[in-house]
Design a protein around this ligand. Structure first.
Ligand code: HDE
Length: 733
């Protein structure tokens, strides 16, 4: 360690400084201070302070007495503290972020002349902020909500922001409705309840009254709204943008990010528990992966429609409540983003970053998407009240290319612009506008003719076809989760008008869905449903994105032990997990030293009370007669095993621990090994008669492998054992 900056962070930062990606880091270095032991405490105006503990007082003999307002040190401290908070974001208040880099591996020059999308040799620095939408800054990470996925590219032509979500559509079609939808979803005005939840009367009342929301609320009730990790979600620009190529041709486009690790979600019970047990679960997960060098990566994709084809679809391509089905407009993946550096300071980087949909660079344009047009106004405006008019000067926001203009003054102006003129044109010809050849942004000459009116295109009026398309495209497990999500949400609406009408609305999507939910929540079953067109589309079900290769990198695996554990199995598992870049976490009956049967010992990372099964992806329990006996008598240990089973996690056990797992789960359909051969049943991987040589450190993760570790790792790489749920075995939570 040097100063207070962890070495791992420094190493990455220094490596990046030599590269193109390091340009933003170099820029930030001008404003970055390390806290070191050499520094001495000073006031903000630089005077050294001799004490940090006592306010200046008039003291009597017993050293007590009134405090003096004169004390400038104390006043500075208190006043600075009084003003530490700035307004939190009105939406997306809770988030976390990281630095990284972006590069295209295939030029999109047929679509655009923007070098960030055409120059395959260029590395563009990025900062990404992930967020929830509804909750306050201090709310929990794992609530059911849409996730923000906002990317700032620091390009040589200026900053380009894609301010996206992990769901490709939105609740409303026209920006004028945004205050209504957000008021409805936020805590209710009379009692400020509930926090960070869609499960309340006002939200579902709004949804019923806005049929255009139907498609989006189906996504919000799906597993997409409870991601396992920010690193395991897709990102979508949602709005329709345009790209202009060197020939002056224009395409309508949508942007997509697809994670290398695949799209994976928590199960609902796990998400609910984590909100209390580890409210920072996603924030820590991102930090941990980057600190461990398992950098999250996403492929960047574009869907493009030539300008001439704008009206060839049965939906309006400018309607943000619609996807462009992959079967009609395939995504072409052309680039990759990697996040590889954690922030140095949360407030000045993650909190003060200011995204604006209006930040685009030459070669990229807007469309007449009525949601996007409104967003272009809103983001700049909101930054003014959140950060002040000079927000673009904050280190995290300023571009890495030159900035020069005659915008001046305002609160907290930072830049000192020398020179005698602050207007154009001027007699010195200082700072003239650029020509197109010099890289000026030139608007596409779009022909427009029309009348001034408050209207929407007729195609915007179809609010159900794509909601049906989404439902039809779900897997059996996903459908079940959506039904359960509605059952949970509507159960939290006490007003019978609200849940009663919502179950009727579900009949516009699928009668069976509506009937099932009606029965669960106590609404009147709809008599008739809207005919379902029966069509399905690719890429809507998240099961189509399992990841580029089976891996357990960055997966958290608990190893449960007590005194007397089998050290051979323990250390083989620990080593194999580490070499596969997973995160082994040893959880003991206590956190003080635990001694193995052979006299070796280990210091667990956690103990069973402090750490819960919800916080890991899989569990391994080595044998050892005494250890297993202790775990079997420990209610929390048994609950760990049952809960991990109920949450569909892979569980591995060797030696005596096989009987422990079998006893805890006690389901006849789940069999365990009785011999020296590794055995797998419903994601329970067991090896009764352990021969040390059967536990290898180098594990190939592939389907159908014979070894214990191979089977165990393959199970983890599959994220969850869905067969347990399909066969109704997941009730032990
Ligand atoms: Fe936002 N949105 N939004 N939004 N949004 C904000 O800007 C707004 C919409 C999204 O990590 C605010 O800086 C309007 C769609 C993200 O800092 C605000 C409309 C999508 C973030 C705002 C929308 C988003 C925001 C609040 C409808 C997905 C967090 C703080 C017309 C494509 C960015 C801020 C970050 C934040 C307005 C709809 C994504 C108030 C008016 C659609 C990821 O300006």
């Amino acid at each position: 360690m040097s100063g207070l900056v962890p070495e791992s962070v420094q190493k990455v930062a220094h490596a990046a400084l030599g590269s193109r990606e390091g340009d933003k880091l170099k820029d930030l270095a001008h404003d970055t201070k390390d806290t070191t032991n050499k520094d001495r405490l000073t006031t903000d105006y630089g005077v050294k302070q001799g004490t940090a503990d006592d306010w200046l007082k008039v003291v009597s003999k017993d050293k007590t007495g009134p405090m003096l307002l004169e004390d400038p040190f104390a006043r500075e401290r208190i006043m600075r503290f009084d003003h530490e908070r700035i307004p939190e974001r009105v939406v997306h208040a809770r988030g976390s972020g990281a630095f990284g880099k972006f590069r295209v591996f295939e030029s999109a020059e047929d679509l655009t002349f923007a070098p960030v999308l055409t120059d395959t040799s260029r590395e563009t620095p990025v900062f990404v902020r992930f967020s929830t939408v509804v909750g306050s800054r201090g709310s929990a990470d794992t609530v059911r909500d849409v996730r923000g996925f906002a990317v700032k590219f620091y390009t040589d032509e200026g900053n380009w922001d894609i301010v996206g979500n992990n769901i490709p559509v939105f609740f409303i079609q026209d920006a004028i409705k945004f205050p209504d939808v957000i008021h409805a979803v936020k805590p209710e005005p009379h009692n400020e309840v509930p926090q960070a939840q869609t499960a309340h009367n006002n939200f579902w009342d709004f949804e019923f009254n806005h049929t255009e929301s139907t498609h989006m609320f189906m996504w919000a009730m799906s597993d997409r709204a409870i991601p396992r990790s920010f690193r395991m979600m897709q990102g979508f620009g949602v709005n329709t943008f345009t790209l202009i190529n060197a020939k002056g041709e224009r395409h309508f486009v949508k942007f997509t990010w697809t994670p290398e690790l695949g799209v994976h979600s928590l199960v609902w019970d796990e998400a609910l528990k984590l909100a209390g047990q580890d409210p920072d679960f996603h924030r820590k997960d991102l930090w941990e992966a980057i600190a461990n060098g398992v950098y999250p990566k996403w492929k960047f994709g574009i869907q493009a429609i030539p300008e001439a084809d704008e009206h060839k679809f049965d939906f309006d391509i400018l309607d943000a409540t619609k996807v462009w089905p992959e079967d009609l407009v395939p995504t072409r993946y052309i680039g990759e983003m990697e996040l590889n550096r954690n922030p140095d300071e949360f407030f000045t980087q993650v909190e003060q970053i200011a995204f604006c949909t209006s930040h685009i660079v030459p070669g990229i344009g807007f469309s007449d998407d009525p949601l996007l047009q409104g967003r272009n106004f809103s983001y700049f405006d909101t930054q003014i009240s959140r950060l002040g008019i000079n927000f673009q000067e904050l280190p995290i926001n300023r571009p890495i290319c030159p900035v020069m203009n005659f915008n001046r003054d305002g609160a907290l102006r930072h830049t000192i612009t020398r020179g005698t003129v602050n207007y154009w044109p001027n007699r010195f010809e200082v700072c003239p506008p650029a020509s197109k050849e010099e890289g000026a942004y030139v608007e596409y000459a779009q022909k427009i003719a029309g009348i001034k009116a408050r209207m929407r295109s007729d195609k915007f009026k179809d609010h159900f076809s794509q909601a049906q398309l989404f439902w039809n495209s779900m897997s059996a497990v996903e459908k079940r989760h959506i039904i359960n999500a509605f059952a949970f949400e509507l159960d939290h609406c006490e007003d019978p008008v609200v849940f009663g009408r919502m179950v009727q609305r579900l009949a516009d999507i699928d009668l069976n869905l509506a009937e099932t939910v009606a029965e669960l929540v106590g609404g009147e079953a709809p008599k008739q449903g809207r005919p379902n067109h029966g069509r399905r589309a690719r890429a809507l079900s998240q099961t189509e994105f399992p990841g580029s290769a089976p891996t357990i990198a960055s997966r958290r695996v608990a190893i449960l032990i007590a005194d007397g554990y089998d050290h051979v199995a323990y250390s083989a598992a620990y080593a194999a997990l580490s070499s596969a870049l997973a995160v082994p976490l040893v959880v003991g009956t206590k956190r003080s030293k635990v001694t193995a049967a052979n006299g070796s010992s280990t210091q667990p990372h956690h103990h069973l009370e402090g750490f819960r099964s919800t916080m890991v992806d899989a569990v391994f329990i080595p044998g050892g007669a005494k250890s297993v006996e202790a775990l079997a008598k420990n209610g929390r240990a048994l609950h760990w095993i049952r809960e991990a089973f109920g949450h569909l996690k892979t569980i591995g056990a060797t030696g005596e621990a096989v009987d422990l797992v079998q006893g805890a789960i006690a389901l006849p359909s789940v069999s365990v090994s009785s011999s020296g051969d590794a055995h797998e049943s419903y994601g329970i991987v067991t090896l009764k008669d352990l021969r040390p040589e059967s536990l290898t450190e180098a594990v190939t993760i592939a389907k159908g492998s014979a070894g214990f570790m191979e089977k165990f790792f393959y199970g983890i790489s599959q994220h969850r054992c869905w067969d347990r749920e399909l066969d109704g075995l997941n009730t032990l939570v």
